[in-house]
Design a binder for this molecule. Sequence first.
Ligand SMILES: *Cc1c(COP(=O)(O)O)cnc(C)c1O
Length: 357
Amino acid sequence: MINVTKTFLPTIEAYQSYLNRAWEKVWLTNRGELTLELENKIKETYKINNIIITNNGTIPLQIALKLLGNQGEIITTPFSYVATTSAIIWENCKPVFVDIHPEYLSIDESKIEAAITPKTTAILATHVFGNPCHVDAIEKIAKKHNLSVIYDAAHCFGVTYNNNSIFNYGNISTCSFHATKIFHTGEGGAMFCNDKDLYHKLFYSHNFGHKGPLDFHGLGINAKISELQSAMGLAVFDNLDHIFSERKKVVEFYLNNLNFDALATMKIRENTEWNYSYFPVIFNSEEELLKVQKKLNEAEIFPRRYFYPSLNTIEFVKGETMPISESIASRIVCLPLYVGLENEQLKQITEIINSIC
Ligand SMILES: *Cc1c(COP(=O)(O)O)cnc(C)c1O
């Protein structure tokens, strides 16, 4: 069976050797040495200003919205994983959708200003499939209207824009280290920010608000990661060069072998060093997509309909119609992409798709 992704596992010996350090110290959580080492490695490798590793990629969105959303209207994208929108509603804010760019697939920055009202407090946009939003334009709009910017960078591990980690953009950026993501800790995530005061708030917010054992800076929640997860992260981190280069080969196979007269894929933004995190194909119609999906499923190949449905159409959301997002969402699938996918399998996938398109 070929799934859309397959979790990268380090050797069990490599994982064990990191775990041994937790055993020796008898220390399993509360920012132990493995967690601190992982934070430092990520920070130094990607030249990131401030990082806090967390228990998943959703709580950081909630913390960011708690600190910057102020229960107001949040301008956001309808084309993302459900967590982007549900975090807004969970924090008693209101999602206000802005349609997406049909090629880059992220929020269309030219439509943002029209959606701003006196109640708008922040913009929460997703760098879809690791492809950066137009961060320069968004920053300008936010400055002009005094809004905060939060980026859901769940797909962005390793991505740089203008030679700068994409995590360094926005007031707060978040990432997911879920097992299906390009870099993972099983479950996990991170939040990033540039401002020292905001970093301090994020820090205490992720640890119950603690100021030492007996005092509190303010309201907080538990978003800490355990040492068991950080050990996995460190063991995966040691293989990142291999992970990126193997995934690049798969992406190049698709680019060279699929019939792009009959299909489209995402356009990567200029000045981006992309991470090969997903390979989306956009069909001409949902009917065609379903035909291809059926054929692939019969061959035990299971792509995923990332992202369907368009988030503005979900029952508990009820946003305005978003024609481009709804159209793309009905026609897009992500093809299998992971370390260890063999050429024979890739051939089979592309031949099935080309036989229909
Ligand atoms: C995976 C994902 C999340 C949630 O991350 P978890 O670590 O699973 O909580 C949020 N946003 C996007 C776009 C995602 O793909």
